[in-house]
Design a protein around this ligand. Sequence first.
Ligand code: SAM
Length: 547
Amino acid sequence: MPPDWPRGRTASGRPADQRLASPVEPAPDDTDAAVTVRPVMENRAPSGRPLSDPGVVDRLGADLRAAGYSADGVTALLGDSAHRALGRDELAPALRATRDRSRLATLTRLFLLGAAEDEPVVRRVLPRTGVADALAQGVLERDGGRLRAALDIRPYGADAEEFLLVSDLDSDTRPGPVRRDHVLGVGAASITLARAVIREPVDRALDIGTGCGVQSLHLASHAGSVVATDTNPRALALAAATARLNGQQWDLREGSMYEPVAGEAFDLIVCNPPFVIGAGEMRFSYRDSGLAGDGLCQALVEGIRPYLRPGGSGHLLANWIVREDTDWRERVGEWVAMTGCDAWVVQREMADPAEYVGLWLTDAGEDGKSAGADAERAVTLARNWLDYFAAERVKGIGMGTITLRRNDSGSPSVTLDELTGAGEDVTGAEAAGFLRRRAWTEQRTDAQLLASRLALCPAVILEQRSLLGHEGWTTVLRMIRRQGGPGATLQLDQWGQSLLAGCSGTVPLQVLVDLLATAHGLSPEALAAAVLPSIRVAVIRGLLEPA
Ligand SMILES: C[S@@+](CC[C@H](N)C(=O)[O-])C[C@H]1O[C@@H](n2cnc3c(N)ncnc32)[C@H](O)[C@@H]1O
């Protein structure tokens, strides 16, 4: 599965390190320990929507916490093997591990595994909420003589914090097509974006297309206030429940793109939009924008500038069309050029049309593979979608992250990278470092660069490839690499290799150039001119650091 493609909201979309330690101390499983109800009451969902009664949300949160329903608690309950199986969408081991129907086991079966349970068992695990209110508020539904969850409510461990997230049940848990206003849970795309955001303290943050509210949960940890928007009223209702369950307050607003925040500006804007590319149909609000092609992503990027305060940043996930005989950089480069912002765009994947269509049909439960599914309809949907791609001469669909920072100098810097390596995810720390180092480098003339003291980053390794010839091994490729740094590689020649070996931050670069030139009978000016372009790249990519 490509990393940036949302998969409903199964645990499979969540890498192991997102299931972090829980600061919540679980209450003993079979006691009625006192539980603190988190005291925030402003996030009120529209009535008639799920969890619109704040009192029920508070009591539900209390029941879940009392049972130790946390990321750590559930992981410990399931054990490594069943937990890993759940990550592969295999439910049987987890169902087996929860057979004892302890309170935690029952909650896990209901809300994570989609199991139907007997009413007395459910009544025992939701003593404060009550079955009647849980039914009335759309948390539970009847399934024959039993009860099952009508919502996905799961623990989410991130940034060493423990959260509860409310979303709709996905097509893995509830077979068949999802509802049109399906509210996506946390998935691989959510996590990709959450990791890519620069987590510095800011005053105002905006989360466009909040869905279940996962990005806003993260934003609240470093923003003074959070505005979260969505076009889907059901999403706003579930986001309100997520906020309240976690004792957070967000300003929730309904509307498309920047419309709900007209005339306002933010220090940070994040957006995981419904980026799926198609003919402009609107079948599922979590993935279809209703605009043809990549129109929504284009409009979000091109329109961002007025909503950013000076120095403010924007982080977007996006998909873009790559047409036959064109380079993706031309298309996305035009989008970011319209903003006048500094930009770092990273294409992480390019999918071919058939792969793309197949994965999105599966994601929405429309691939015709589940029992009783309409296989003929699945074929029609795929054919129409592929016809659209063919008519548009689409070679592939690029997907990646776009980092923007408002620049008021009139000369923004734009870098477009294709980084498909497994360990090359853009993280907020890498994005912040990249923007800072690129600005530092661009502000320096060659003379200033030569006067600076640079140190090779300790994590850098040198890789060499050699060919055997008549006179032994000859090095044909030299490459330095910073492990875990996206795009942090640089090919060197022998002069660059020698020069970098001397970069310990103790003397100006000019001294090293002079020494190397003297040792080899070269002109220092010519050597400097030859190596400085690589030195600039090495600084920008975090291979060399100003001491
Ligand atoms: C892919 S989901 C992202 C949910 C969540 N932010 C995350 O990171 O997982 C996209 C969300 O955008 C909402 N949306 C769809 N069209 C929109 C638009 N034009 N403007 C704002 N939000 C929109 C959808 O309802 C959905 O909740």
